[in-house]
Design a protein around this ligand. Structure first.
Ligand code: GUN
Length: 292
């Protein structure tokens, strides 16, 4: 069994991005600029956005953090989005999700200029992804592809089973693993909460991608020998013995499953660091106007 070390792969890619930024500056171009809009004080969102800002510093990008209280109105948020759409200094930006309940997520995502949509959440980018056209691919699926590339994992002709059909992970990764590309060319089965005989299907997986948000859901008896497991789960589970008061758990019961795997991502330190790299890479593409 080999660990798919997301931290190590992320460092490799970040060094490459940092070298590109130096080259851009040598040519007299400005450094890429990522902005993040963060609403409220959700603990996980604070952590994710702080990691994104820190990663920008590490590779030499500019970053701007724009904060709102969770009482912000939809109009105030949309006004800020229009302002950023027209701010030539900002190459790409994200609106950290989830949003407060009184704000319509779709309205917000649809207002983002697709050219600056480095999260790849706008329907124009999703549509382009489905049609295999140049686009920003959302950070989690893009990070998974990059992790598989880093480890030269062969996917052609394999049965890839995806658990979870979210807009952010399950749905896009199922499309990406089926399309003609590398990674890709898989036979894909997309499972969700209404799937019957789940274990029968997971037992057929050569590549199992789990994005359910259900801690330790996948047990040893649900996978076959030699499977590649990508665990996207990252749930805070209360643990009084930890300083933070919680522990991060993946969707896979690592102790049982890992001994049957050829490759497996740890949690934390697997997919998580790769999502940050994916966002940086999309921002670099935005600064160079590579997609649009
Ligand atoms: N919330 C959880 N994951 C993400 C992400 O990749 N981007 C944004 N904007 N919000 C998130």
């Amino acid at each position: 069994m080999e660990i798919l070390d997301g931290k190590k792969a992320a460092l490799f890619y970040k060094n490459k991005i940092a070298a590109e930024v130096i080259k851009m500056k040598e040519k007299g171009m400005k450094a890429p600029h990522l902005a993040a809009i963060l609403i409220g004080n959700n603990g996980a969102s604070e952590t994710y956005v702080a990691a994104k800002v820190k990663a920008c510093e590490e590779v030499g990008f500019h970053s701007s953090l724009i904060r709102f209280q969770d009482t912000v109105t939809e109009k105030e948020l949309l006004d800020k989005i229009h302002e950023i759409n027209n701010n030539e200094d900002i190459d790409g930006y994200i609106v950290q999700l989830p949003l407060p309940n009184h704000i319509a997520e779709n309205k917000v995502i649809n207002a983002i200029n697709p050219k600056k949509d480095v999260d790849g959440f706008h329907p124009e980018n999703t549509g382009r992804m489905v049609k295999n056209l140049p686009c920003y691919i959302a950070a989690t699926p893009f990070g998974i592809l990059k992790l598989m590339q880093y480890y030269n994992l062969e996917s052609t002709g394999k049965h890839c089973v995806v658990l979870g059909r979210s807009n952010i992970v399950g749905s896009p990764i199922s499309i990406l693993m089926a399309r003609d590309g590398n990674p890709g060319n898989c036979t894909v089965t997309l499972c969700h909460s209404k799937t019957q005989n789940l274990k029968e299907i997971t037992l057929q997986a050569d590549i199992l991608i789990v994005a359910l948000g259900k801690p330790e859901f996948i047990t040893g008896n649900m996978v076959k020998e030699g499977v590649v497991v990508i665990d996207v789960g990252l749930t805070r589970v209360v643990n009084e013995s930890k300083k933070s008061g919680f522990e991060l758990k993946g969707d896979v019961l690592f102790e049982e499953v890992s001994s049957k795997c050829s490759f497996i991502t740890p949690v934390p330190g697997g997919v998580g660091p790769m999502t940050i790299v994916a966002l940086l890479e999309n921002t670099l593409k935005a600064a160079r106007k590579e997609i649009y």
